[in-house]
Write a protein that binds this ligand. Sequence first.
Ligand SMILES: C[S@@+](CC[C@H](N)C(=O)[O-])C[C@H]1O[C@@H](n2cnc3c(N)ncnc32)[C@H](O)[C@@H]1O
Length: 264
Amino acid sequence: MTTTERRLDTAELTERVKGMYQEVALHPEHEFHFETGRPLAERLGYPAADLDAIPAAAIDSFAGVGFFLDLAAIAPGEVVLDLGSGSGTDSFLAALAVGEGGSVIGIDMTAEQLAKATDLAADSGIANVEFREGQIEEPPVEPGSIDCVISNGVINLSPDKPAVFAVAAVALRPGGRLAIADIVSAKQLPAGVTCDASLWAACIGGAMQRDLYVKTIEAAGFEILELRENERYRFISDRADSATQKYGVVSLSLLARRRQEGSR
Ligand SMILES: C[S@@+](CC[C@H](N)C(=O)[O-])C[C@H]1O[C@@H](n2cnc3c(N)ncnc32)[C@H](O)[C@@H]1O
């Protein structure tokens, strides 16, 4: 098959992504193309005291790519939507920030991640967070009901990123925030990388070219307020590392605001 004939099989991709993150939920001690767990979270900038306040087993399966909760600046009473909540690290931290008067909805498509996060919330008595099964391209939430959409290391995994940013804008109230960490690339990735479901599931193959990523967010109705590179994030397998070096694959954290109707 020639390069131009290669196509990403999205059904296969979804199964590979679910398979990989099922393993992250059930066996976080296994080796992946990427780091997981508390040492990663602390190196990315998550304050140790905050991590101490949430279930340790959630952090064992943490597979985020950057710290962004300082940008999110979640306030008491807010409603937060976590796209691709995994085993729940960011959702639990958001639940602490919103307090009893607020709430957090985590969305994920991998049953084992959802089950783990849901059990941990129940066991720890964290009542203001709920984990729902769903696709980040079609999150099961009321339009205009969310103050802040968060997401960590997930949107790169979607074959339809414009749809994810569009539905995030619809879910947010006007003026609501989008605060995320994600993987992008300096150069457009070639089909040999984007059509490799294993590299895609490892958060590399789906990386969108950085300028296009920013334009896609803006086109969905957001104004970007802050953007920074997470230099402390790295991939660990040789294969992943060589693709990241060659194509300038990096982690970004960013904050954007949904534009009010009629504003530019
Ligand atoms: C890299 S992990 C990050 C999990 C979590 N945000 C964290 O920081 O630990 C990606 C998560 O996104 C979920 N995911 C990937 N693509 C998805 C999609 N299209 N819809 C819903 N969940 C998705 C996976 O099941 C997995 O739990």
